[in-house]
Design a protein around this ligand. Sequence first.
Ligand code: FMN
Length: 191
Amino acid sequence: MKVNVKNHTMMYPAPAVVASAYDEEGNADACTLAFAAMCSHHPPAVMIAINSTLKRKTLKSILHSKEFCLAFPSAEHAAEVDYLGIESGYRENKLDKINFTHKKAEKINAPLIEEFKVSLECRVMHVAEVGSHTQLTGEIVNVWADESVMKNGRIDFELLDPLAYDDITHSYFRTGEKIGDAFKIGLKYKK
Ligand SMILES: Cc1cc2nc3c(=O)[nH]c(=O)nc-3n(C[C@H](O)[C@H](O)[C@H](O)COP(=O)(O)O)c2cc1C
C-alpha cells in the first residue's frame, strides 16, 4: 500500500556541492548547493540552481562574472560545507573563517578551493528563471582532482567519499558501496 505524501522538491541521492565565484571587487564567494546535476555530454555541462528570491551573494557573483567553480566535497568536510550553506558572504568571509585556501582557477576567473579534492571550472552558457531559482548551466572547461582520489587514471568517487544530502530530513550521508556495473547488469534482460 502506498501513501500520498505532501508535494516536496526532491531528488536522491542529491549532492552537496560548493559553487564559488569572485564578486565585483575580486573577493571569493562560496556557497553550498544541493540543486546540482549533470545536463550535457557535448559540451560537458552541469546545471546548478540558486534561489533568486533570497539574495544569495554567490548568485550575484556568478551572474556578474559568468564563471564559477563547482567542488565535490568529501564527507570529512561536512561541517565546513554546512557552514558555507548557513552563512552568507554578505556577512562573513566564509572561506577565511573555516581556514580554507583558494587560488584563481586556470581557465576561468573563479576561485578554486584547494581543500576540496575534485573541482570543475565552469563557464555559464545558459541562464533560466525556474520558479524561485535561477538555473545556471555551466560548460565544464577544466577538471581538477587530487592524486589521492585517482585510480587507474580516473576519478574514483569511492576514494573521494562524497557527501550526499537528503532535503526531506536535512541530513548528510555517505554514499554506499558499489552494487554493479552500469550498462552491464541489465544486459540479461536484453536477450
Ligand atoms: C545542504 C545545503 C544545500 C543547499 N542547497 C542550496 C541550493 O541548491 N540552492 C540555493 O540557492 N541555496 C542552497 N543552500 C543555501 C545556501 O548555501 C545559503 O543560503 C548560503 O548561505 C548562501 O551564501 P551566499 O549568500 O554567500 O551566497 C543550501 C544550503 C545547505 C546547507
